[in-house]
Design a protein around this ligand. Structure first.
Ligand code: FES
Length: 92
C-alpha cells in the first residue's frame, strides 16, 4: 500500500509540476489499472481525448499555447490500480 501511495504522490507531483499556472476549475480524477512491465504515456497537458493517456494532442496544444508539455512515461514493476489527476485535466 505504501508503494501505491508513493506512486500516486509521485504522479500527482510530476503531472502538476508540468502544468504551469494554477487553474481554479475543478480537475477530474481518473482511476486506472496499470499492468506490470507495460509502458504508459500519461497526459500532462489536458488536451488528450483519451485521458488520462496521451494521444499526442500536446503537439497542437504546445503550438497554440507556446508551451512545451510532454507526456509522462511510466512503467510499474507490479500491476496496480491508481487514481490520478492533473490540474490541466477538465471534463470536456
Ligand atoms: S496529449 Fe497531453 S501530454 Fe500528450
Amino acid at each position: 500500500m505504501a508503494d501505491c501511495l508513493s506512486l500516486i504522490d509521485f504522479l500527482r507531483h510530476t503531472i502538476n509540476s508540468q502544468s504551469g499556472e494554477y487553474n481554479k476549475k475543478l480537475s477530474i480524477m481518473k482511476k486506472i489499472k496499470l499492468y506490470k512491465n507495460t509502458e504508459y504515456k500519461i497526459c500532462s497537458c489536458g488536451a488528450s481525448k483519451i485521458l488520462p493517456f496521451c494521444d499526442d494532442e500536446h503537439d497542437k496544444y504546445n503550438a497554440d499555447n507556446g508551451t512545451n508539455l510532454k507526456s509522462i512515461k511510466i512503467i510499474t514493476q507490479e500491476t496496480v490500480e491508481v487514481e490520478m489527476t492533473s490540474k490541466n485535466w477538465k471534463e470536456k
